[in-house]
Structure formats: C-alpha cells, structure tokens
Design a protein around this ligand. Structure first.
Ligand code: ZN
Length: 267
C-alpha cells in the first residue's frame, strides 16, 4: 500500500493542453454551425478533382450558381468567413467598420477599409466524380462547391462557349465533366484552374453504372444557404480582425502599414 495517494503524473497522466483544447472546441463549434445548412461542402484538395456542375435548382432564378457575400475573418486564429447579413437586410458590423474607415477619407483609411469589405462567393451543386486523394466521390451524392469569382468565371466561360464545342456544361444527360486543378498549399499561393473534359457524358449513366440511387442526385436549394452569425458573434470576429491588423479603437498609420489581409480566401 502506498503511503500517500499518487499524483496524476505518478499514474501516467499529464497536464491538459489548454490551447489545444480551446482550438479544438472552436473547431467543433464551427463545424456544428456549418452543419446548419445541411449539405456536405466540397473543398478541392491538391491536384485534380473531377466534378460535374449540376443545373439550376427549381427554386432558383435559373442560374446554376448562387451568389453570396462573405467577409474574410478568423475565429480564434482559424479562418472563418462570415456571411454578410446585409444580404438579408440586417446590420453588419464589418460593413459598418468599412464605411467608418471610408468616411475618414484619407488614402490610408481607404486602403484599410478594403480589409472589411465583403467578397463575392458562388455556390454550386456538384457531383464529385474523383479526387487525387480520394475520400469522397459520387456515392456521397450532391455536394456544394463554394468558389470565388475566378472559378465561377471559368465555369461560366465553358458553359457559354457554344461555338467552341462546349456550352450547356451542366446538362445531366449530355454535359461536360470539369477538372478543377488546385495548385499551391497556403491561402497565399493557392490558385484554381478549371478545364472541361471534351467528351459529353450522362451523369445519370454514371449513377446507373455505380448502382447509386437517383434520389442522391437531388439538388440542394442554394438560395436557402445561411451560415448566419449573430451581430454579437460578428462583432467578436471584427475585434479579432482589428487586433490582427494592429488596430485599436481607432486605426493608426501603423495599422495600414502592417499589410495584413494576406489571408484571402484561396479561390
Ligand atoms: Zn457586411
């Protein structure tokens, strides 16, 4: 019998890493909130991913993409883009900060205000046909691809290039698969290139061949996308952003010289 009770270390335990747990907690919270929309998001990994962009949802205005606006932000150091509530006619602390800086008038403040403006993003319903790393595929059904302006332009270029032999790329019976090539690994050096696969194919045939039920091909209503944060949550993200930019309650010359904002969304 030991003379006294052992310590946790004696038994083989160690101190909890509070920072690690904090980060994990923040990640769980993020994943839980991003689950609100329902569908799985597809983020192209390194190399080539083959996808089929699907036609417009019945509830949409007939566009096969849905435009949203997001502010680049971080939550406890993790990239956490924030849906701009002004799209649904609600107040947005990021837009308010941008306008406050713009009202200051000087070049320095104007430049800084760009850090707070919303960026256009586009949502697509896609079937993921193959990826270099695997892990997801046609069996996962329709997933949502979120892209920036460049990728959306490249997809639309192919969709409208009728004279070049492309056109109507989203046609489920007779459309084109697209290859999204991701180059680079960090937010700063990542670029995406879209190429069409020349042969037209039927996505229905691919489902049939793979023995996957057709109901998995039902589209998500992208117009219902709302990864909404409360005004208070957005204020928290805004404070983190301002501290990253070395901004106190009022911006200083130093803040704009810090050249932050390198963490742009990769698309
Ligand atoms: Zn906004």
């Amino acid at each position: 019998m030991p003379k006294e009770a052992p310590t946790a270390e004696d038994l083989g335990y160690t101190q909890n890493n509070e920072q690690l747990l904090k980060n994990e907690y923040a990640r769980d919270k993020r994943e839980a909130s991003s689950g609100a929309f329902g569908p799985k998001f597809f983020l192209p990994q390194g190399g080539n991913s083959m996808v089929r962009v699907l036609p417009a949802h019945a509830n949409s205005n007939g566009a096969f993409f849905h435009r949203i606006e997001e502010h680049a932000a971080h939550d406890n150091g993790h990239f956490s883009p924030a849906f701009c509530p002004r799209q649904v006619k609600e107040p947005c602390p990021f837009c308010e900060e941008k306008e406050r800086l713009q009202a200051e008038g000087s070049e320095t403040f104007l430049e800084l205000s760009r850090e707070f403006r919303a960026q256009q993003k586009f949502l697509f319903n896609v079937e993921v046909l193959s990826t270099e790393k695997g892990g997801t595929g046609i069996e996962d059904g329709v997933q949502v691809l979120k892209s920036g302006v460049k990728v959306k332009r490249q997809i639309l270029d192919l969709d409208q290039d009728h004279s070049g032999g492309w056109g109507d790329v989203t046609n489920i019976e007779n459309g084109h698969n697209l290859v999204i090539n991701r180059r680079g690994t960090t937010r700063n050096d990542t670029e995406y290139f879209v190429k069409g696969v020349p042969t037209r194919t039927s996505i229905l045939d691919q489902f049939k061949t793979a023995g996957i039920p057709f109901d998995k091909l039902a589209p998500h209503d992208l117009t219902s996308y709302s990864e909404r944060k409360t005004y208070e949550e957005l204020e928290g993200l805004l404070m983190e952003k301002k501290s990253t930019l070395n901004m106190q309650s009022a911006p200083t010359e130093k803040a704009s010289e810090s050249g932050a904002g390198t963490d742009d969304i990769p698309f």
